[in-house]
Each structure stands twice: as structure tokens, then as C-alpha cells.
Design a protein around this ligand. Sequence first.
Ligand code: PEP
Length: 249
Amino acid sequence: MRKKIVAGNWKMNTTLQEGIKLASEVESLSTQVPSDVTLIVCVPFTHLTEVKKVINRTLLGAENCASEVSGAYTGEVSAAMVASTGANYVIIGHSERRSYFNETDETLAKKVKLALANQLTPIFCIGELLSEREANIHFDVVKKQLQKGLFDLSAEDFGKIVIAYEPVWAIGTGRTATSEQAQEMHYFIRNTIAEKYGKEVAKEISILYGGSCNDKNAAELFANPDVDGGLIGGASLKAESFIAIARSF
Ligand code: PEP
């Protein structure tokens, strides 16, 4: 049975003190979340070590990692460094990293391999721009992101990945994909994986939806057969709304 997952992406929000408070609140409310739901907070690098100290039921992730192993890359944080904080997850290929920091499919493929080599589970983000959906090429775009970012992996390694489908036009805009649009794309993603790695592998991969998911729309989105949870931005910055989302299955 594939995992149900709700992961928060705090982005560049909260000071360290605010982050510790938020994580503590999430942890204390996490008792309300069914035990078959994996609850993750992905936090800024500066917060990882301290947040780790106040969580237990909640798991820890970073929002990014470097595409190189170590060395003269000033300001970068390696996958090994992230893993050494006790984090288990790392978001890779968020659309904000792809667009504002020019991260290419090739760079992201390197990050995925380094994350896996350091026992981190990549939460790999894919999703089309509004112009691409309007041009009706959204399936091609998502397929290409999967192929270039992940399809170089062995079936064993691919089985360790979590995918987040995040239509860029829905991220932080308040415009959520409809339940039908989400299911249609998640089904397509699972099928594309099945064509490459076989049905058994595809069946076990958790595919999360991201993009203005909140405590009002989560239940309808998560009720779809191929939607295994959510990657949550804005609504993960309030413990109550984040936990309400995690209770929506
Ligand atoms: C995200 O950043 O991954 C995201 C889904 O953001 P939001 O929930 O704010 O749209």
C-alpha cells in the first residue's frame, strides 16, 4: 500500500524562533492525524537542527539541496549536510527553484541522485505553466519533466521517490486545480511511470497534489484514487490548517 503523505513547504518564511514554535504546534496537534498519514514539515536549512528537536511523530525535510557533493560552492547546502541534521526528506525541483534559480532538469537529476545516496527521500515536483495548459501541452511537459529528472534511475531507486504534481498556475494563487484536473494528471503520471517501470512500481509511488490546497478543498482532492496527499505551501504556516488538511483523507 502506498503512503498517504501531507508535507508542508514553509518556503522562505519564519525566523528560527517562529519556526520552532510552529513545528512544536504541529507536533502537539499531530496526535489528531490518523497513524497511516505521514506528516512532514519541510523547513529552511537554518531551522532543520532545532526543528528536529521538537518533533517526533512529524518527520523533517529540507526544501532543496545542492547538485554537487561538497567543496567550493559557497552558500550551497549538500544532501549529506541535510541528512546529518536528521532530516529524511528533501523537496527537489519546486517550480520556484526551476523558474527563479534556473534549475534545469539535468541539475535536478543530479540532486535526486545525491539525495538518494544520502538516504533522503526526494519529493520531486513537476507541473506545467498556465500558458502550457492553455496550449494543451501540459501532459507533454509533465512527461518530459519525469523523463529528464527521474527516468535515469533504477526501478529500485525510483521506488523510493515521492512525486508532487504542482500546476504552477495553482501555486500561491488561490486557484486550485479542480478535483477532475488533479485526478486526470495524477492518473497520467502513474501510467507514464507504469510504462517505464511497470505497474507494480507505479502502484506503490505516492503522488501528492500541490497548489493552493487548503482545509476546505483537501478532502475532495484526496478522495481521488490517484491523489495520495498534498504538498502544502501557505496553509502549512498555520498548525491548525495544516493538521486539518492531514485529517482530510
Ligand atoms: C508549494 O509551494 O509547494 C505550494 C503548493 O504552495 P501553496 O500551497 O501556497 O499554493
